[in-house]
Design a protein around this ligand. Sequence first.
Ligand code: SME
Length: 162
Amino acid sequence: MYDFTVTAASKSELYRDLAAALDSLTADEPDAIANMANAAALIWQYLPDLNWAGFYRNLNGELVLGPFQGKAACIRIPFRKGVCGAAAATRETQLVEDVHAFPGHIACDAASRSELVVPIMHQGELLAVLDLDSPSPARFDAGDAAGCEALARILAPRLVNS
Ligand code: SME
């Protein structure tokens, strides 16, 4: 059993503690799927107000569903389609306050109202994207983007083997 202390006093403390928990959970494990699975579980447990949290892997230029928490989701997403595709194509974090206003948004769960997608890069290659959905409009801000980018940096070298 794992027992982490994650403080929710402020967003920066929350992400700091989440990063420490993710680091200790994945440090000694080389398997990419295991690390993505535990990362999704950790994010789901500690970040409030989410209805989906997980990964799409870059398999030969197509995003393929990876470990996640939430409702069953779209399996394959082409680059440039939806919010995940935009993150994959641009390799830049996508922070979408209102998914209904995002051209091409893919509604895997009709409850989703806002979304944050962070590319996970390693040695110049896109390995995967981390996708968080919320039922609340404008749930994510720059602090969440920075916090999730820090999680992505911890994970990246630990997603190389699968
Ligand atoms: N909404 C995403 C698709 C993935 S699901 O949210 C899990 C998108 O537009 O890329």
